[in-house]
Design a binder for this molecule. Structure first.
Ligand SMILES: NC(=O)c1ccc[n+]([C@@H]2O[C@H](COP(=O)([O-])OP(=O)(O)OC[C@H]3O[C@@H](n4cnc5c(N)ncnc54)[C@H](OP(=O)(O)O)[C@@H]3O)[C@@H](O)[C@H]2O)c1
Length: 356
């Protein structure tokens, strides 16, 4: 547990979901200082069991009192936006630092939107709630960070190829049922997903873009702290189990050197360059699944504009796109002695209040 001052109690809200289960796995894999893990889910799962660090873990039904009194220093939320809107402020008021995977608070100016490789300092200006960006946004900004620092990105055009696990357990079930020939009624997606591509991720808005596309367009500006970046996104659901892929073209303010751009990508924290097209080596979702890095390949100059670069970016949406990023944010805070001290003190205070 090097670098940590305090072991802490950690609450996972939505622990039975795809992201929640991945959070437990990521917490087990990393040298994260978990003293006690508290798993919360809906009434449907209350009393069921998960496994953490080889031991059985009872799932608790999420209620305001149970959460506020649980004594955790940090709560990782992944139970959807409406649950976060209700329960994240309850936890924050009880002194529990919330790291929220939903879209509920991402564009709130008072809530930092954090990707540790890109804007780690933002995590320290939170008032109790920190937002984890959308999975498609995270992998794109990790890949583009150093290029943006060096050449100033002015425009991004991105098309995504998003896996079904990005839509939670019901999305995965629909694909598996369709592939195995089962009749699917009341599926997660509005059309069959097996052997198909759906140019719709989340609901449509007045301007013809979907909410998912707006998340990429808006969150990118907030994370880079640069309102001048224009982003045009088309988000597509594809019949892939895990791992989102993205075809990205960026236009820079400044002229760039392709070899230097490759070097910058190779030296970008969290990025692995896989780009040997003649050997047919490029990032693929099946290779990214189970990994924490963001993979970048198909790097080439865009010949249609003055200073543009095209890339193919792939990452595991449940890991770097959700669980790993959230755990990394908690690690940042807990490695700061003064912040960790405060978090432990306030979490303990919440438990004491419940007992009294
Ligand atoms: N999947 C991804 O790649 C991804 C990436 C980034 C962010 N996210 C975000 O993470 C969140 C969870 O996604 P997921 O893919 O894990 O979905 P999921 O597999 O459908 O899991 C949803 C979880 O939320 C819990 N839940 C639902 N309603 C609840 C309630 N009223 N009270 C307490 N718990 C409740 C469920 O508990 P039960 O088992 O009891 O129903 C389950 O644990 C969403 O906000 C999503 O937007 C997902």
């Amino acid at each position: 547990m090097s670098g940590y001052v305090h072991p802490v109690d950690v609450a996972v809200v939505g622990a039975t979901g795809l992201v929640g289960r991945m959070m437990l796995r990521v917490l087990e894999e990393r040298p994260f200082p978990v003293r006690r893990l508290l798993a919360f889910a809906s009434e449907r799962s209350g009393g069921t069991e998960l496994t953490f660090q080889g031991k059985k873990l009872q799932v608790r039904t999420l209620t305001e009192a149970a959460l506020a009194g649980c004594g955790a220093a940090v709560a990782l939320f992944s139970a959807g936006a409406s649950v976060s809107r209700t329960f994240a402020p309850v936890a924050a008021r009880a002194g529990i630092t919330v790291i929220d995977n939903s879209s509920a608070f991402r564009m709130d100016p008072d809530v930092p939107l954090v990707v540790p490789e890109v804007n780690p300092d933002e995590a320290f200006r939170s008032n109790g709630i920190i937002a984890n960006p959308n999975c498609s946004t995270i992998q794109m900004v990790v890949a583009l960070k150093r290029l943006h620092d060096r050449y100033r990105i002015r425009r991004i055009v991105v098309a995504t190829y998003q896996s079904v696990t990005g839509a939670g357990a019901r999305g995965l079930r629909q694909l598996e049922d369709e592939v195995s020939g089962k009749t699917v009624s009341g599926g997660k997606f509005p059309h069959p997903i097996a052997y198909n591509c759906l140019p719709q991720v989340d609901d449509f808005m007045e301007d013809g873009f979907t909410r998912e596309e707006h998340k990429m367009m808006d969150e990118t500006k907030k994370i880079f702290g640069d309102d001048a970046i224009r982003v045009n996104a088309t988000c597509v659901r594809v019949p892939v189990r895990g791992g989102h892929s993205e075809a990205v073209t960026v236009e820079f303010e400044e002229a760039f050197d392709e070899q230097e751009a490759r070097r910058l990508l190779k030296n970008t924290p969290g990025v692995v360059v896989v780009d040997e097209p003649k050997e047919r080596r490029y990032p693929m979702a099946i290779d990214a699944e189970g990994r924490d890095e963001v993979f970048v390949g198909r790097i080439r100059r865009d010949p249609t504009v003055g200073s543009g670069l095209s890339l193919w970016i792939v990452s595991d949406n449940l890991r770097k796109g959700a669980a790993t990023n959230a755990v990394q944010i908690a690690e940042l805070l807990l490695k700061s002695p003064s912040k960790a001290q405060k978090m432990v003190h306030e979490g303990t205070r919440s438990a004491t209040k419940e007992i009294l």
